[in-house]
Write a new protein. Sequence first.
Length: 135
Amino acid sequence: MASPAFEAIVEDFEFLEDWEDRYRYVIEQGKAMDPLDPALKVEATKVHGCASQVWLHPQIENGRFQFDGESDAMIVRGLIAVLRALYNDLPVAEVPGLDAKAELARLDLESNLSSQRSNGLNAMIERIRSVAAAA
């Protein structure tokens, strides 16, 4: 089962009738995140494979996975917020095995994103999984 934060997003999506409302919701999730420290916007935290500029800063504290992130595109910043709801606070050993595609399919995101955005989302998921697997 996904985290309570992600389950809340799934429930909210069920009440939003059209994709314009869902896009606005995702963008609002991104706006609610604290900005990433500019010192963390470096090549080591940059996610390649995204059409936008994307930085993810993962951390492992007390065996739990956490990450912060930022993008120069509002929808991508919102997607980072959705991924944070999915992954943050999981035991690090569970992160690589989480079926993110199945969880995100509950939101029907990929069928409503451009191919570039879908590729970027997949690149972010792969970065998260590889960092956790290496820990």
